[in-house]
Design a protein around this ligand. Structure first.
Ligand code: PEP
Length: 248
């Protein structure tokens, strides 16, 4: 398994034209063989993105999934459908889903398990609000979010995917966690995993998300406990995304 991951989360942005342009730039770019480069476009463009990147060495994923295999769930997408479109990864528990859709730790854990069941690699997103950080609750919140998934799928299950530490106060705000501050939380995530299986604590990949850009990426990625990044805004332009890939 490659050690580092650089993943772009397009959120609800893009168009067919943007996908075509972005894929063209990725096909031309030298991507490190030591790195998993992932893009999470809106699910509407997933198949087109998979076809567009071809064999450029980029894996494509979805930003969310429903935990059920199929059924009467209007508007939802299952893990098997994502895989059928050529998706290989999926985000679970992104803070925007937790806050806008009220997703609980239990639901996120069920989604993580459903993704594994369909052969996808899930990324568990965790992170605290500013109020929680100021109240000294950041560690407990993040450890609890990780623990809920460990209880559902085991540490082996978590290790098949990855964890993204994304402090909510840093997402889309331009305010990045200081590298040592982020690394401390990554250490806590490894401790939580290590309490269940010490051998896996070091091998689970833990990436950082929250206003990563071409200027701050290298400093964040130089921390030994930070295995790459989940990039929102700066992943929308191929130029800035590729600069972050180069920093990793
Ligand atoms: C995200 O959407 O997960 C994210 C980290 O966004 P941004 O990089 O824009 O802060």
């Amino acid at each position: 398994m490659r050690r580092s991951i650089v993943a772009g989360n397009w959120k609800m942005h893009g168009s067919r034209e943007a996908v075509a342009d972005f894929c063209k730039a990725l096909r031309r770019a030298p991507l490190g063989a030591e790195l998993d480069v992932l893009v999470f476009p809106p699910v509407a463009y997933l198949g087109e993105f998979v076809a567009g990147v071809g064999d450029a060495g980029v894996a494509v994923g979805a930003q969310d999934l429903h935990p059920a295999a199929q059924g009467a769930h209007t508007g939802e997408v299952s893990a098997a459908m994502i895989a059928d479109l050529g998706g290989r990864w999926v985000l679970t528990g992104h803070s925007e889903r937790r806050s806008e859709q009220g997703e609980s730790d239990a639901l996120v854990a069920a989604k993580f398990g459903a993704a594994l069941g369909a052969g996808l690699r899930p990324i568990l997103c965790v992170g605290e609000t500013l109020a929680q950080r100021r109240a000294g609750e950041a560690e407990a919140v993040v450890a609890g979010q990780v623990q809920a998934v460990i209880e559902a799928v085991g540490v082996d299950g978590v290790a098949q995917g990855a964890v993204a530490y994304e402090p909510i106060w840093a997402i889309g705000t331009g305010e990045t966690a200081a590298p040592d501050e982020a690394a401390a939380m990554h250490g806590l995530i490894r401790e939580t995993i290590g309490a269940a299986d010490a051998a896996l604590a070091g091998s689970v990949r833990v990436i950082y998300g929250g206003s990563v850009n071409p200027h701050n990426a290298a400093a964040l990625f130089s921390e030994p406990d930070i295995d790459g990044g989940l990039i929102g805004g700066a992943s929308l332009q191929a130029e800035s995304f590729l600069a972050i890939v180069a920093a990793a």
